[in-house]
Ligand binder design. Structure first.
Ligand code: MG
Ligand code: ZN
Length: 200
């Protein structure tokens, strides 16, 4: 299925809704250090092993691949939005060099005390993506290394996969639907879970 062709040749109402995987950025696609801006310049961007391979697999299985990332570093003055743009561009280029492609990157730049509607686990970024790409959340997944990612998935009605060795605790968020060692294992779960959907 060529999604680009479809959106340019058919009216929006008739194309049906697309499936997507919403990916967290820090600790899921690139390395993360939770104690300071883990990534405050493009030179800090370091892809996690198997991230490009995982994203490439999603691309070839007609999932929209969309990053949703909280970047309160911007609102709180650690670096500006232009720097964030350069960082994201570096990540996209590094992925593309290895055959993976992100369809879009949504970020929340607000301060943690702003109570905006886009900061995960709030649904704003996902809802914006649904609008922009005509997505079906019931066919979609959220993958991340943080409990906020799982909370996001719960809030928007996607299946959730927690990656890495997260040891955060708290009953604030529900259990993830699945757990995986990394993003590639998560993608394999997604392909397995959607195999039957495709046969229907
Ligand atoms: Mg993370
Ligand atoms: Zn926000």
């Amino acid at each position: 299925m060529e999604k680009n062709n479809m959106t340019t040749t058919m009216p929006r109402e008739t194309i049906g809704k697309h499936k997507a995987v919403f990916l967290d950025r820090d600790g899921t696609i690139i390395k993360s250090n939770p104690y300071e801006p883990n990534c405050s310049s493009p030179k800090d961007v370091e892809l996690l092993p198997r991230a490009a391979e995982a994203i490439k697999l999603l691309n070839s299985n007609s999932f929209f691949v969309i990053v949703v990332t909280n970047q309160w570093w911007v609102g709180e003055g650690y670096f500006d939005e232009q720097m964030l743009f350069k960082i994201n561009l570096k990540m996209q280029k590094d992925l593309q060099r290895r055959g993976g492609y992100l369809d879009d990157i949504f970020y929340c730049p607000h301060r943690r005390d702003e109570e905006c509607n886009c900061s995960k686990p709030r649904p704003g970024m996902v809802f914006d993506a649904v609008e922009k790409y005509n997505l079906d959340l019931s066919q979609s997944f959220v993958v991340g290394d943080g409990l906020v990612d799982i909370g996001l998935g719960e809030n928007v009605g996607c299946r959730t996969i927690l990656v890495g060795d997260n040891v955060e605790r708290g009953d604030k968020y529900p259990e993830a639907d699945f757990k995986a060692v990394d993003i590639l294992e998560a993608v394999k779960i997604i392909l397995e879970e959607t195999k039957e959907d495709n046969l229907k």
